[in-house]
Design a protein around this ligand. Structure first.
Ligand code: UT7
Length: 331
């Protein structure tokens, strides 16, 4: 029997309607369109404004979009992995709620948190469940409502992040398509440079923590930038070498959309033409767990069966890695 690999067989997505442009940010903080565009590549981002709705709202919409496109009965799903850094609430798993809401009543579900690498790590987990032979349909969703943890008076972070969700379905493949190789890394040195100080078990919420704005994302952008550039480029280069892939062999780079300059640095190290680098950061900013599936969704019509794709991400923690995957279908 041929070896079982885990292939992506369907994609779905959702972004909220509300657009926050650089021009509007200029009215909120001391910044300007030119600075944001040249330093990050971002022009606008989407924000979820619906009262009382969180990450699950977007995750459900992205999953429903996938179910409809793939004409899939949710009862056939075995497992739902919810990649997110902004769960609806602590303790009660967002993924469990999402699975029930979409009708995946035969699935078990859990959340996976690895900051901006959550979806990449989720690809690894989904693939391992499929390769085990025990599970046939694994739904991986990346969804984040970053606007719920951003201080819109802090220009160092509010210009970067946006909200959104994407979903992919992993299924077994015996033609050699799907996930081929992965390099996943983490280093706790990163904890100081990108974090939310309060609201966890070390510093629970109090009047003081609210007053001190310790429930918002803090980022030492310069330091994270340096680690991200070298980390993402290193693993991407290594995964190419390890699989004897030259730049000609690679069809697409699907990289976490945190900063256009980080993506360009990775593509340069890999020797890739700009045309092979999927980019949508200008539209959505950094949507954390949703950047990779949003790219797949936006560019799905250009991907062809057999295409060699390198996925790469870098996030808080630090967490980072690269995955080599062969695309399994042509639209
Ligand atoms: O996705 C998870 C991982 N996260 C990342 O990968 C993000 C990594 N970091 C970055 O993308 C970049 O560091 C930022 C976009 C956050 C910042 O860009 P930078 O080129 O590293 O800027 P900087 O922090 O070094 O600041 C340069 C200057 C400073 O002014 P001085 O000290 O040179 O006078 C800042 O005060 O730009 C100033 N600045 C701004 N100016 C206008 C910082 N933020 C802004 C702003 N508008 N929004």
């Amino acid at each position: 029997m041929n070896k079982i690999t885990a292939a992506i067989t369907a994609v779905g997505s959702y972004v909220p309607d509300f657009v926050l442009s650089n021009q509007v940010l200029e009215t909120l903080v001391d910044t300007n369109d030119e600075w944001i565009t040249t330093r990050t590549g971002i022009k606008e981002r989407r924000l979820l404004k619906e009262e009382g709705q969180g990450t699950s709202f977007m995750a459900i919409k992205a999953a429903q979009n996938l179910l409809e496109k793939a004409n899939l009965d949710p009862k056939d799903i075995d497992l739902v992995i919810m990649a997110t850094a902004t769960p609806d609430m602590p303790v009660a798993s967002t993924g469990v709620y999402v699975a029930t809401q979409i009708g995946a009543t035969n699935a078990f579900a859990f959340d996976l948190q690895a900051a901006c690498s959550s979806f990449l790590y989720g690809m690894s987990a989904a693939s391992a469940y499929i390769a085990s032979g025990k599970y046939k349909k694994v739904l991986l969703i990346g969804s984040d409502k970053m606007s719920s943890i951003i201080d819109y008076t802090d220009r160092a972070t509010c210009i970067i992040f946006g909200d959104g969700a994407g979903a992919v379905l992993f299924e077994p493949n015996t033609e050699g398509l799907g996930l081929q190789d992965e390099i996943l890394k983490s280093d706790g040195i990163g904890r100081e440079f990108l974090k939310i100080e309060a609201g966890g078990s070390i510093l629970p919420a109090s009047e003081e923590t609210v007053k001190n704005k310790q429930h918002f994302v803090f980022q030492d952008g310069k330091t994270v930038f340096k680690y991200a550039v070298s980390g993402m480029a290193d693993v991407s280069e290594k995964i190419m070498e390890r699989n004897n892939l030259s730049h000609d062999d690679i069809n697409w780079l699907v990289a976490h959309q945190a900063n256009r300059r980080i993506i360009d640095a990775t593509a340069n190290r890999m020797g890739l033409d700009e045309a092979k680098v999927l980019i949508n950061i200008q539209k959505y900013g950094n949507t954390t767990s949703a950047t990779l599936p949003l790219l797949l969704s936006d560019f799905e019509n250009q991907l062809k069966k057999g295409d060699n794709i390198i996925f790469a991400a870098f996030g808080g923690g630090f967490t980072w890695g690269a995955i080599y995957l062969k695309w399994a279908y042509t639209k």
